[in-house]
Design a protein around this ligand. Structure first.
Ligand SMILES: C[S@@+](CC[C@H](N)C(=O)[O-])C[C@H]1O[C@@H](n2cnc3c(N)ncnc32)[C@H](O)[C@@H]1O
Length: 296
């Protein structure tokens, strides 16, 4: 009885202290976040923003969303506070060897022939961009596959594996490359895990031979000018991020990505995604259990 009463009092205090977000404030906040990042929240996400940004508001010593909205309204999308917002509101769900059928097609049907072509022409260069890399599992999966295909010859190649994301928190995890079992719920074989990671209790540290193949940096996909600075990409992985954007933003991102992909290069989406109604510039190539978009 005593404990329960104590618990209720704590809950009541937490509720009193948590700022609440009304519908008008939600719309205002949603529009500001959309303008800076292209991330669009539908009205059923009111509690997600209330909860995640409520904590930030308390950390700043503020009392209300009204106060917070006027604090951020005139700030640049690259300000420290917006980085805090992106860290708080993005969903960074990812794991190694996610969507195996597509990765098999990438490795066996596209990467291996490309490497043979490049070897024959003497242009030993491969360039891959993971456009919403989160904590790095996607790009490191690609790095493992490139390493498996090239073996010891890898030293003779110019391998450019770039991962970008809007969340500095996720980028920090990618750069650290230390993972827990949650990141291994995909189809990574035990042999790969043993070969490429050092196990230390409950954590797995990626070995430097793979870690050093990849680079990570901040890039907001809403920033067309930054995105168009990328050049000469053979493969773009843009998986499980377009779902957070509205139609207009999706089309804009796709136009820019099409522009920076090499002719003959490939574009990949997540398992449940398609470019239907977003871009008709690519041709679709079908593989067993997956497809990829080609820039002819
Ligand atoms: C669900 S994760 C996908 C990770 C990985 N691509 C995969 O499929 O496993 C989505 C990622 O998109 C990032 N993101 C969301 N909006 C973005 C934007 N405007 N620019 C860059 N990254 C963004 C998030 O921070 C998050 O890490």
């Amino acid at each position: 009885m005593g404990n329960n009463a104590g618990h209720l009092t704590m809950t009541a205090i937490a509720t009193v202290l948590s700022p609440t977000l009304d519908v008008d404030q939600f719309r205002e906040l949603r529009d500001i976040i959309y303008e800076k990042s292209g991330i669009f929240y539908t009205e059923n996400k009111i509690y997600l923003l209330e909860n995640r940004l409520g904590r930030r508001i308390k950390d700043l010593g503020m009392n209300s969303f009204k106060e917070y909205i006027s604090h951020i309204r005139s700030q640049d999308g690259r300000s420290e506070e917006f980085h805090q917002i992106y860290n708080a509101v993005t969903i960074n769900e990812t794991f190694f060897f996610r969507y195996q059928a597509q990765l098999d097609a990438f490795k066996n049907k596209l990467l291996v022939p490309l490497i043979k072509d490049r070897q024959a022409s003497g242009k030993k260069r491969i360039s891959v961009w993971s456009a919403a890399s989160s904590s790095g599992e996607e790009l490191y999966t690609i790095a493992i596959m490139v390493h498996e295909v090239l073996g010891t010859q890898i030293k003779e190649w110019d391998i450019r594996l770039l991962g970008t994301d809007i969340s500095h928190r996720a980028l920090k995890l990618a750069n650290e490359a230390v993972y827990t079992k949650n990141s291994f719920r995909g189809a990574m074989r035990d042999q790969q895990k043993q070969q490429y990671f050092d196990e230390d209790g409950l954590i797995f540290k990626l070995k430097t031979e793979i870690k050093d193949l990849a680079q990570f940096r901040y890039l907001n996909l809403n920033d067309d000018a930054e995105l168009r600075k990328l050049r000469g990409l053979d493969f773009i992985f843009c998986r499980n991020v377009l779902i957070y954007f509205d139609e207009e933003m999706k089309k804009r991102v796709l136009r820019s990505m099409y522009g920076v992909l090499n002719h003959g290069g490939y574009f990949f989406l997540g398992e449940a995604e398609s470019l239907h109604g977003i871009s008709s510039s690519f041709t679709v190539e079908h593989f067993s259990g997956a497809f990829a978009y080609k820039k002819e």
